[in-house]
Design a binder for this molecule. Structure first.
Ligand SMILES: [Zn+2]
Length: 251
């Protein structure tokens, strides 16, 4: 059974260490802050043996060098990470990565950046999605196009509903405000938004989230929903997604 250690990093990132007790391997999922990762691993008594990057942004790969230097960990990443760090193994859509006997499937979730990938561990029912999808939101479209981003979200939508999604930022409260604006009659969303308010008031994380719940409430994953289409798009899901993304950028 894998152990997942989640901790806050930088201002609003989450750090994740994925540990397999059978092989004693530990993967750092992204590296917002190398020193914090090393400190957290040490406190757990784990040695980081791999780094799995989702995309090249410095708050995701900026700690690679410090961790590699301290541990000799092997870096697995999409090619775009070469902009800021060396990579031992470049991966893309359909590739497999292993942590001991546990297998992660690499999924292209580009749109936030052009090379963004997610790591889905089907047998463990978890996925590390970086800045592609957030609880009640999705990443800003810095490099990609609406259709490309929507196709990426379709790949996330097609994972089993009980998949636990580990998103890389605590953005849920702000996302909930926009989601309620985008989809005001969604009762499930209203319940979810109140729960988020309560959790944040107590300083508790809203990450991870369940895919099945996001499918009912996250407007960006619901761009093919008739009510959202009529309100925001009126053509196809990629157009509705584009309209939602643009509205959120200026919300
Ligand atoms: Zn990013």
């Amino acid at each position: 059974m894998l152990e997942i250690h989640q901790f806050p990093c930088l201002s609003d990132n989450y750090g994740f260490l994925l540990h397999d007790p059978d092989s004693a391997e530990t993967a750092a999922i992204d590296t917002p802050d190398g020193d914090e990762y090393l400190k957290q691993a040490k406190a757990k008594g784990w040695r980081i043996t791999q780094i799995w990057n989702t995309h090249w942004h410095p708050d995701h790969a900026g700690g690679n060098e410090a961790i590699v230097e301290a541990t000799g960990a092997a870096t697995v990443a999409p090619r775009e990470v070469e902009k800021i760090a060396a990579i031992d193994r470049v991966v893309g859509n359909g590739d497999s990565v292993s942590l001991g006997a546990h297998e992660a499937r690499v999924i292209d979730v580009s749109g936030h950046t052009n090379g963004h990938i997610a790591y889905h561990l089907p047998d463990d029912g978890i996925a590390f999605v970086g800045d592609s999808v957030f609880a009640l939101g999705c990443g800003r479209m810095f490099e990609g196009e609406p259709r490309q981003f929507w196709n990426s979200l379709e790949r996330i939508r097609s994972l089993p509903g009980d998949t636990t999604l580990y998103c890389a930022h605590e953005y849920t409260q702000a996302n909930a405000k926009f989601a309620l604006h985008a989809d005001p009659d969604n009762v499930e969303l209203q319940h979810y938004a109140s729960e988020v308010e309560a959790k944040r008031a107590e300083g508790r994380p809203t990450v991870p989230t369940q895919l099945s719940r996001e499918l009912q409430t996250n407007p960006f994953l619901r761009a093919d929903d008739a009510a959202l289409r009529d309100r925001w798009g009126g053509v196809g899901p990629a157009e509705t997604f584009a309209a939602l993304r643009a509205a959120k950028d200026n919300f």
